[in-house]
Structures are given as C-alpha cells and as structure tokens.
Design a protein around this ligand. Structure first.
Ligand SMILES: Cc1ncc(C[n+]2csc(CCOP(=O)(O)OP(=O)(O)O)c2C)c(N)n1
Ligand code: SF4
Ligand SMILES: [Mg+2]
Length: 352
C-alpha cells in the first residue's frame, strides 16, 4: 500500500463539479499496482463517478478486504473515511458502518478471492440483508497478491501461465447474487470506462445492495493467450445486455432520445433515473429469472454479458426492514443513545 499522495497541479480551465471541486479532490494515494493492472482503471472510473455525482469526499466511506484489488480503496477519495479490513471480512465491517451511519455513501472494493472463498459467507449475508452499499468485485480469476493461484472464479479447464490446469467449476458472483436476491446486479469490464462510470453512479444511488462484478485483468499472472480473464478475451467476448445511462435530473439536461420498447426507465429513491437500453426486445432487467437465463445461455456460448443485468427498487434495505433510526448515531443525544437501566429492564421483560 502506498500513502504517497498524487501531486496537485492546479491549472486554468480545469473541470469543476457542482460543489466547485476539481477532479483531483477525488484522487487518493499513488498506486503501487503493476503497470497495466485492470484494478487501476476501476480506480479511475470510481474517481470520475464520485466527482460527477458531486459527493463531498467526507460523505463517503471506503471499505475493503485483502488483495491487490482491496488496495484500490487507497487510490481514490483520499479525503474520505476508510477501513482496509481483514481478508474476506469487508461486509461485516460495512454492516457495522452502515448501522452506525446510514448517511455515508458506503463503498466496498474486493477481489474474486476475497469475496468468493474466505469472504463468501459474509458476502451472502450482506446481500440477504440488502445492506445499502456499492460492492465492487475486481475479478481477475486469480489471487494476484499471492502470486497468481487460481481463484474460485477461474473457468473450468483454465490454463495458468505456469502450473496445473483448473479442474473445478467456477463460482459466478452474478449468478450467485441473482439467486441470493440482490437488488442491483451489474457486470462490466475495467477497460470499458464508458459503461463502468454510469454503472458506478447508478450503484451509488441505488438504495440497497448494489453489486458490480468487474472483469479486471491481472497483467502479471492471468493475461496470457489461453486465459479467459485476459484483455484480449474480454474484448472478443463481451456481450452488452442492457447499457445504463445514469441521469441526475437536478444537474443534467436530458438530451438523448430513447426508443420506446428498446429502453426501460427506472427511477431511484433519490430521484435520479437509469435509462436502460436493451440489446434485445425480450430482455427485461426487472425479471430475475430472465436475467439468470440470459447470463447462463450466453456463458454456455463463451460470451460475457455486461451492463445492468437486474434491478429491484422495491425491496426495503437493511435500515427500512429493521426500522432503525435515520440519524447517524454520532448525532444522537446521549440520553437517546443510552436511555438508562429502566428502559433496559423493560426491554428484557419483553423476552421473558
Ligand atoms: C486470513 C488470510 N488468509 C490468506 C491470506 C493470503 N491472501 C492475501 S490476498 C489473498 C487473495 C487475494 O485474491 P483476490 O481477492 O482475488 O485479490 P487480487 O490480488 O487478485 O486482486 C490471499 C489468499 C491472508 N492475507 N489472510
Ligand atoms: S499482481 Fe495482478 S492483480 Fe496484482 S497488481 Fe499486479 S497485475 Fe494487478
Ligand atoms: Mg483476484
């Protein structure tokens, strides 16, 4: 991990957002990842999305596990809150953070190893609770940080740069999230910033668990000719299903025209909108079974379906379901936080 900040070079005519802040206010530390690593492109997309949404950096909290991917949170939003936790434990720290302060934008960055092996149980329960967070998996099919062993997302028969062919079936985080009931599920590619930035913006504006599985090639251990997680493979086999345009009506004029029947318009809780341009007439990102079938059938033909694959804006998030107080705990007066032994005794009586 690096703590060296990027030098700020103010120049005339630089782009400012609605808060009057330059994009450099959303930068973090200098990356120490390998040159060309897909994860650095995700960092750039994240920086751009937060800048364009004009989120004050101190209103965001970044949480990660362990891996090259989990280092990403150090490289954007240097003025935000953050916690680089233990391997696979990001979701439980995110749950506690959200419980204590639902006013913060909670963003988790993890890897395929961090999420689909040691962190699998935590990932599943964050989805089940519909935790209000954006969860990004930087998926490269290997444990990059520990020198390129295959992870649980590696394809059956995947050939490593060195060593044995993979003989186990992969776990697909998108199909897993569809079956577990996640309310926002997208897949993208680190090399496609045009698709990734609006997806991040939409995920941040969605109330509930928003998953973006990003194919993010590891140039050092899994970008060779026979890899199914390489840049070349991605460019040849990506299949956009429903590209998302993110529209914030407070800040953006709607100029594009959308063909009826070819687009689906979803209004999010904060009033922003996602217009989904469908690849085919029969694709409906609000139909879970259809989404599963579409992802599965394309996968069988070797294609990686990308875009916003599924969304459900109707399910209550963790706070709504548990009827928690909306005020961050830090802003509650002491008497409300600690109502005394009488209130505790009354509560305990209810369980006797
Ligand atoms: C409890 C524990 N077990 C194992 C490790 C070793 N370890 C560090 S990172 C990692 C996997 C990282 O893979 P992934 O999440 O895919 O991230 P990538 O490096 O590929 O981006 C492992 C097994 C650890 N740090 N802690
Ligand atoms: S080892 Fe792979 S995942 Fe890690 S920084 Fe290098 S290219 Fe990226
Ligand atoms: Mg990995």
């Amino acid at each position: 991990m690096s703590f060296i900040r990027k030098p700020k070079v103010p120049h005339e005519g630089r782009e400012l957002n609605a808060l009057g802040r330059p994009r450099s206010d959303y930068d973090g530390a200098m990356s120490t990842l390998c040159a060309g690593c897909g994860h650095d492109s995700v960092t750039a997309a994240m920086t751009r999305a937060f800048f364009e949404l004009s989120i004050p950096p101190h209103r965001a909290v970044k949480i990660s596990g362990i891996g090259c991917s989990s280092k990403t949170t150090a490289y954007f939003l240097g003025q935000s809150h953050g916690n680089n936790t233990a391997h696979g434990r990001m979701p439980s720290i995110a749950t506690g953070t959200q419980a204590a302060n639902s006013a913060l934008h909670c963003i988790g960055v993890s890897g395929d190893g961090d999420t689909l092996s040691i962190g699998m149980g935590q990932f599943a329960h964050a989805i089940r609770r519909n935790l209000d967070m954006l969860y990004v998996i930087e998926n490269n099919g290997v444990y990059g940080l520990t020198k390129g062993q295959f992870s649980a997302s590696a394809a059956l028969g995947a050939v490593p740069k060195k060593g044995e062919t993979n003989v186990q079936v992969p776990i697909d985080p998108v199909k897993l999230a569809l079956s577990l009931g996640a309310t926002f599920i997208a897949r993208s590619f680190s090399g496609d910033k045009k698709q990734l930035v609006p997806l991040i913006k939409a995920g941040l504006s969605h109330r509930g668990f928003a998953l973006i599985d990003v194919l993010s090639p590891c140039v050092t251990f899994n970008d060779h000719e026979d890899s199914t997680m390489s840049y070349a493979y991605a460019y040849q086999n990506l299949q956009p299903a429903a590209d998302a345009d993110f529209i914030d009506p407070d800040r953006e004029e709607i100029t594009a025209e959308y063909d009826e029947g070819q687009s689906v318009d979803v209004t999010l809780h904060d009033g922003s909108r996602i217009v989904l341009k469908k690849a085919g007439d029969d694709y409906d990102p609000r139909d879970r079974a259809r989404a599963f079938d579409y992802v599965m059938s394309n996968q069988e033909d070797g294609r990686i379906v990308t875009g916003l694959l599924y969304i459900d804006e109707t399910r209550p998030d963790m706070h709504e379901a548990n009827k928690t107080v909306g005020t961050p705990l830090v802003d509650l007066p002491f008497d409300d936080l600690c109502p005394g032994s009488g209130a505790l005794a009354e509560l305990q009586d209810r369980y006797r």
